[in-house]
Design a protein around this ligand. Structure first.
Ligand code: SF4
Ligand code: SF4
Length: 732
């Protein structure tokens, strides 16, 4: 070993020792913080599916590849990080000897070829990612982008480190070529040979380049170890467990979509008949009351901003960004952690758990952080502003886009639950809706005995459950479908089409009550459970003696469709629920319904969040429209998985929209820009929001908002009076 190698070896060993020590300390700290969260035993089920999903999502980059070039570039950089870690390891042999290499595989041509190809593609990949970050930097003129609010220096730092490590990998090989110690043939490593052609014949060059590569790599490790909240770097490790422990690993996309998590205390679902707010946790009031998976979510966020770029609240000037919400929770959790780890925290009656001695030597900043209310205005020092919390429509666009499967909606609703159930703190206008649900069983407060009024004037009898036993489908009408003028037309259209097709169906009539969706999304789990239990009982009775496959329900409202199909199982109600567009598509494709007169004038379709993103029903409504309209459907730029919310979900239907541009107006402008005269929808709330938007633009005479069922009915029975345009204003 020459003198240069003695120096390079000592340098490499010293910086590696420091970096590893700091990294171990950082990992222990992160594990300790994540373990502060509440138990989540359900995350350990079905490990085989979890492992498979994790491998598919990471190796296949299933989320990222939806972003085209950036996804492909990131894939190469990820593969480069994993495979080229071997070359960092090899550098330790090269600092000791310029002719050194990895034992066994270090001389295989195939290894030389693979690492050469991956290096080149990773260089291209990281340059693309750097260009994208620079082009979208928030500091550029007029620069609002998905990176707004992200810690930009961390992104630049990580990208430069990756680029330098790759370059020095080629320089090491170049010196080996120049000094004739390179064993791989030219055909397998042409770039290394090209680099070698311009480097001098310097025997120690390999060791010097190797120690520089190690110093760069270890500098990265030291910096990220000193910054445990640096998700842009840590996600390289945390993404794997975060995806592994996602809520529903078997779901093809968006594990945190569809059903909401039940309310839990100590990891067990809460039963309101026995729950006690002094003994059981009601929602989340403090950051440590999230589950450990929640804290893992916060730690894993890469600050990529894909969620933010799709969020309807953020895109219409509201203070909510799902990314910034996650970052605020992350920073708060880590800043409060020393206090919690010292034994601090409040019990469920609000009393401090730690003794004075335990907190005596605590950092004053940690104590100050512990004093912050989780929900509060800037003046109150709150971590999350109430306007942020209540701006969410639970549309799921954030969950859909997140490449590391963070479950934003669950966290938002958990915080809402505490605010509603314990603090009684929520937008006051929603109070009327909650009172109506409790007292009348529907958000509008309409008398229960008017639930069947929509059947009046139909030229056929609508059977009730109990009057007939041999129905195939129970037609779940929903509150909007029963009480709201515009939605009633959809209900009548669906009933007419089912009757026309000879489908045996029956309704519950006055036996139906609200599914509970708005109560659950606003955070009132108590009212949700009350309504849901009543409905489950009624439905179980209606289907008594039938196996699950024959407990069929058709619903016109995607919120009911989602709640009955995905959430009633949590309360013992197992049903086969379809949306009316699915049933209608089936009836058309099997020839039971025949469109005879195509609807003309151009038609576009708005995907309701709870039908599309939350439940993956994208094709059926398009199939129905494809059969019923003249020409092709005109798609809006934001459609299917990337559809833009109408603004009504998450109980926002019953809250005033006081900040920024109205979400429905934004969506209507997009729909009108297609030039279509008909905007087809599959949800009564979308229908209301978009109709209001169209009328607000003064375009009610030119553009009509109608349900897919009404479009089909016009095509199947063109002679039937359709009851005029569905543009009447609604209450609520
Ligand atoms: S659910 Fe929708 S509105 Fe709520 S944070 Fe996510 S993207 Fe924004
Ligand atoms: S939450 Fe997910 S999508 Fe949003 S910034 Fe973080 S990693 Fe990206």
């Amino acid at each position: 070993m020459g003198s240069v190698q003695i120096v390079t070896t000592i340098l490499a060993a010293a910086i590696t020792a420091v970096a590893v020590w700091l990294a171990v300390r950082a990992v222990l700290k992160m594990v300790a913080v994540i373990r502060l969260g509440q138990p989540a035993p359900e995350r350990f089920t079905d490990k085989v599916t979890r492992a498979r999903t994790m491998l598919v999502e990471t190796a296949g980059h299933t989320r990222m590849l939806k972003w085209g070039v950036v996804g492909a570039a990131h894939w190469f950089v990820m593969v480069g990080f994993v495979v080229l870690s071997l070359l960092v390891l090899e550098a330790y042999f090269e600092v000791v000897s310029p002719t050194g290499g990895l034992p066994i595989i270090g001389h295989w041509t195939i290894f030389g070829l693979a690492t050469e190809v991956i290096t080149v593609l990773s260089v291209v990949g990281i340059l693309v990612l750097m260009a994208i970050r620079l082009r979208n930097r928030p500091s550029r003129p007029g620069g609002r982008s998905r990176f707004t609010g992200s810690t930009m220096w961390q992104g630049y730092f990580v990208e430069w480190i990756v680029l330098l490590v790759l370059i020095f990998g080629l320089v090491i090989r170049g010196f080996k070529v120049a000094t004739d110690h390179f064993e791989y043939p030219f055909w397998a490593t042409p770039v290394s040979h090209a680099v070698g052609a311009v480097l001098p014949d310097w025997q120690d060059g390999t060791s010097v380049a190797a120690v520089i590569k190690i110093i760069i790599s270890m500098t990265w490790l030291i910096v990220i170890s000193l910054n445990v909240t640096m998700g842009v770097a840590w996600h390289r490790f945390l993404a794997f467990p975060n995806i592994f422990f996602k809520r529903e690993p078997a779901r093809p996309a968006g594990s945190g979509l569809g059903a909401l998590r039940p309310m839990t205390s100590q990891g067990k679902p809460l039963d309101f008949e026995e729950a006690d707010p002094e003994k059981d946790q009601f929602g989340v009031a403090h950051v440590e009351q999230f589950s450990w998976k929640g804290l893992l979510d916060f730690s894993t966020c890469t600050e990529c901003g894909r969620c933010q770029s799709q969020c309807p609240a953020w895109n219409t000037g509201k203070p909510l960004s799902p990314k910034l919400l996650i970052l605020s929770l992350r920073d708060h959790a880590y800043a409060k952690a020393p206090y919690l780890l010292a034994g601090g925290g409040k019990d469920l009656t609000g009393e401090e758990k730690a003794t004075q001695a335990q907190l005596a030597h605590l950092d004053v900043l940690a104590l100050a952080e512990a004093d912050k209310p989780l929900i509060g205005t800037a003046e109150e020092g709150g971590v999350i502003d109430p306007d942020v919390l209540w701006s969410c429509t639970t549309c799921g666009a954030c969950v859909e886009q997140c490449p590391v499967d963070i479950e934003h909606v669950d966290h938002i609703v958990d915080m809402r639950r505490y605010q509603v159930l314990i603090e009684s703190s929520f937008p006051s206008e929603a109070g009327v809706m909650l009172r109506n649900l409790e007292n009348k069983g529907n958000p509008w407060g309409a008398p229960q005995n008017t639930r069947e009024d929509w059947t009046k004037g139909l030229d056929f009898e609508v059977p009730r459950v109990g009057e007939v036993d041999d129905f195939e489908y129970l037609f779940w009408v929903g509150c909007a479908g029963a009480f709201e003028d515009r939605a009633k037309k959809t209900t009548r259209a669906v009933a007419t089409l089912l009757n026309e097709a000879g489908v045996k169906f029956a309704i519950l009539g006055e036996g139906e009550t609200c599914s509970g969706d708005p109560a659950r999304r606003i955070g009132n789990e108590f009212v949700f459970q009350m309504l849901a239990q009543q409905n489950v009982e009624t439905l179980n009775e209606a289907f008594e003696g039938r196996e699950k496959a024959k407990r069929k329900i058709v619903a016109t409202c995607p919120h009911c469709f989602n709640t009955l199909g995905n959430e009633y199982g949590q309360l013992g109600g197992e049903f086969e629920v379809v949306h009316h567009t699915q049933l209608l598509a089936h009836l058309v494709s099997t020839g039971k319904l025949t469109p005879v007169q195509p609807v003309d004038g151009g038609v576009t379709y708005h995907d309701p969040c709870y039908l599309g993103r939350h439940n993956r029903v994208f094709a059926a409504p398009r199939e129905v429209l494809g059969d019923a309209i003249e020409g092709d459907l005109t798609e809006m730029p934001r459609n299917s998985e990337r559809s833009f919310c109408c603004g009504a979900g998450g109980a926002r239907m019953w809250m005033e929209e006081k900040i920024g541009k109205r979400i429905n107006v934004d969506r209507v402008e997009e729909a009108m820009a297609t030039g279509a005269r008909t905007v087809a929808v599959g949800c009564p709330f979308c229908s209301t929001m978009l109709s209001d938007g169209v009328n607000g633009k003064g375009a009610g005479e030119q553009v009509e908002v109608i349900d897919v069922a009404t479009v089909l009915l016009r095509s199947v029975k063109p002679e039937q009076p359709q009851g005029g345009k569905e543009t009447a204003p609604v209450g609520g």
